[in-house]
Unconditional design. Sequence first.
Length: 341
Amino acid sequence: MNAARWPREQPDSGRLLHVAPRSGRLDDARMTELPRMLRPGDLLVLNDAATLPAALHGHTEAGAPIELRLVSREAEGTWTAVLFGAGDWRTRTEDRPPPPAVSPGEQFVLGGLGARVVAVLPPSARLLRVEFALQGAALWTALYRAGRPVQYAHVERPLSLWHIQTAYAARPWAVETPSAGLPLTWALLLELKHRGIRLATLTHAAGLSSTGDEVLDAALPRPERFDVPASTVEAIHATRSSGGRVVAVGTTVVRALEGRAAQTGGRLEPGEGVTDLLLGPGFIPRVVDGLLSGMHEPGTSHFTLLQAFAPQELLRAACVLAESRGYLGHEFGDSCLILEP
């Protein structure tokens, strides 16, 4: 499947493949048809995390060029990050040269922002815990001044920060965009509401999707923090009570809701936390009935995640159909809805 190389001028103009997991039906549609695929009383749950400029270029104390990509902000104020060698997004991550070996105490200069290596973490010497020289508002100002969006070689030119924000983005928690929500324009969200489909939000810190390091990539996604508000929990319980369905926009929403439910004995309760939940074959969702996602090909980690909602054979057939009809993949590509009509 070809990759979408640039964001659409009209994000809701993309394709939408409707995958019915029990009947095995595949329907080719457009994203603007999403409201008719849902029922009045259904609930669409969105990840409202805004996306940080999480790629920082600079050099080590010895002058070696590096790129540091943030992974997550930790509770004590440090950050987990992945270290890259020379180069930038124009080179595929797996083809980037290895970074210099670093040890705790090593200092980085990242576009005028200083950082110190606190620890080297398993499973790779490229996974670091770092502490920035600035804290609080000064750090956020410096990050937005020095950082760039994380992007990959399939994108045709440098992205700006506004290219990777959903329409409803709020707190800056994500290091890569929760891309399943990019096609949901305000016009489409209003149409959903007019048809009686309810909306709710949570915040989930979407992490990196690829590092180019086989060992690190095999461990993705890493534990990610979330915040499920009381209003969303109430909306989910009300939807269940009235016979409606809960549809997650993206696997980050699934990880947050199902991870939270697992932490609270099976019944969803509001709260913040960190989830290491892995979705895939054999996982039975207890909160979420369906999923709106991007198009993901066999062999990718996201394709494995989709198998929590549909069998592998059906998802493979969906990919064959999508490719034959010119669907585009990756974060600015087309979408699929996995939900029984």
